[in-house]
Design a protein around this ligand. Sequence first.
Ligand SMILES: N[C@@H](CCC(=O)N[C@@H](CS)C(=O)NCC(=O)O)C(=O)O
Length: 219
Amino acid sequence: MGNGPVTDHRILWGVGTSRTLRALWILAELDLPYEHRRITSRSGETHTPEYTLLNPGQKIPALQEGDFVLTESAAIVNYLAGKHGAAKNLCPPSDPRLRARYDQWCFFCMMELDANTLYVIRKHEDLHALYGEAPAALLAARDGFSRQAVAAVARLKNGGSCAPFVMGEQFSGADILFTTCLTGAIRRNIELPRELHEYLARTTARAAYQRALAANQRP
Ligand SMILES: N[C@@H](CCC(=O)N[C@@H](CS)C(=O)NCC(=O)O)C(=O)O
């Protein structure tokens, strides 16, 4: 893995999860060609020797470009946006403070919304047979998501009216992460503030989101 031979052949591994949707969405926003290897989670397909060589973590999504392999959905979004986003104004900002703000949103989504809350709910609700019943952890996770959603609205408003996107007027990769966390919460019957439904109406109306949703259908 690393600085191997330059290759145009791009492979996206994985389908059917909110994390694979993030990768498919940025590919659609950027109109990039790719081969889609539609392996699914909890099917054994992430545990084959071939895939384990690519991603020892045995999770999807993974992006492969020759001998360069990248995992973590947020890293894939930001890599592709940074590499190919100039023409569409999708590069993460280069100004240090704007970049810090962008990173703040990305880490907030991945930690506070995804890992700390949504994934806890998934593990102890849908997958309780594997991870065990944990009613107190479930309650705390649901409550935690709701509190962080309120905090997100305050940041979007920043003392005024709600910005259309997390970085202001311009849609960015951070909106891909935020949107997929919010839709994940809705699927789990977590109530969201009105402002976040209005925000979702903007982001999910994008043609690229609709194309990514179609590409993310489980086989
Ligand atoms: N932090 C990772 C999480 C990836 C992840 O947890 N993927 C799950 C599905 S959502 C997976 O592939 N699990 C392996 C399996 O179930 O076989 C990311 O954002 O990419």
